[in-house]
Design a protein around this ligand. Sequence first.
Ligand code: MTE
Length: 324
Amino acid sequence: MQKIRSSEITPEHVYLSRRRFMRLGALALGSTALTACGGQLGETLAGRPAPAAPTKPADAAADTLGIRRDEFGDPANSFETISTYNNYYEFTEDKEGVAKLAANFKAEPWKVTVGGLVSNPRTYDIDDLRRKFDQEERIYRLRCVEGWSMVIPWIGFPLHKLLAEVQPKAEAKYVRFESLLDPNQYPNQRPLSLYPWPYTEGLRLDEAMHDLTLMVTGLYGKPLPNSNGAPLRLAVPWKYGFKSIKAIVKIELTAEQPKTLWNTLAPHEYGFYSNVNPQRPHPRWSQATERRIGESGRRPTLMFNGYADRVAGLYAGMDLQANY
Ligand code: MTE
């Protein structure tokens, strides 16, 4: 397992026991107005072109108002924005239509199987995962391949803790993730759909073991909204957002690089690695800049979405400009 440097841990991380997690949830529920208000103020404050260091007084105000910030000092988007502007193709291609269609999604009970090339295959209930692994807050940027981004205060636990339990075998080189297949719940999984459902994704084992790679169970201290992939999704903040697969039901360790939905649909547009790289344009648009939701104008996109110091080493010797 990769050794964790203290710089790899989000400064504002908090380790939460289940009880504290629930208390935090109650607190967040009781202060919805405050959160929304914080989000609005945050979005106004965010109207600057590049990440800037926070000033002391702004920080103090932010703390009082409950605004979360990433390590560059940029405020998190509001709960409202994060949960109502979504990519979730099983429901619809309309980002603003997901939340409504997902309102009655049945995210509990939920089981996740973890198997393949492991010594200790397991099936977990979502509650087992919440109880078993300390839930911590990580404030990550999410950069969609389409050229927009958000700052999201996720709650979850590092994937490496789960992998340590199932014990990958020496032959395991990749991790494959699979989302729910349920045409009764997902209108876009109807017969003759153009998509090769279920949604699948994959990581190289060392990427999966990296401490930044998070299994997400909530955001803003609350359980994960249906529109964001309840009850369990991935967050891989240095890669384009489509790698962060939602509604995970299966995790499998494999020897071969797994097929992924977007790479299967359009291999020249969506590579397996898909690390955020402002210098490598998508075949149909530039990736040099992005629109931070809530800001006016565009800001420069950062190499590895601003996580280069922590993850660049994973790709030593690889040609970062190649189409992967
Ligand atoms: N996972 C599933 N199962 N289905 C999807 O359509 N969309 C991906 C990713 N995970 C998607 C998915 C894309 S393109 C993005 S940008 C992010 O989820 C969006 O996450 P968010 O809606 O929580 O912001």
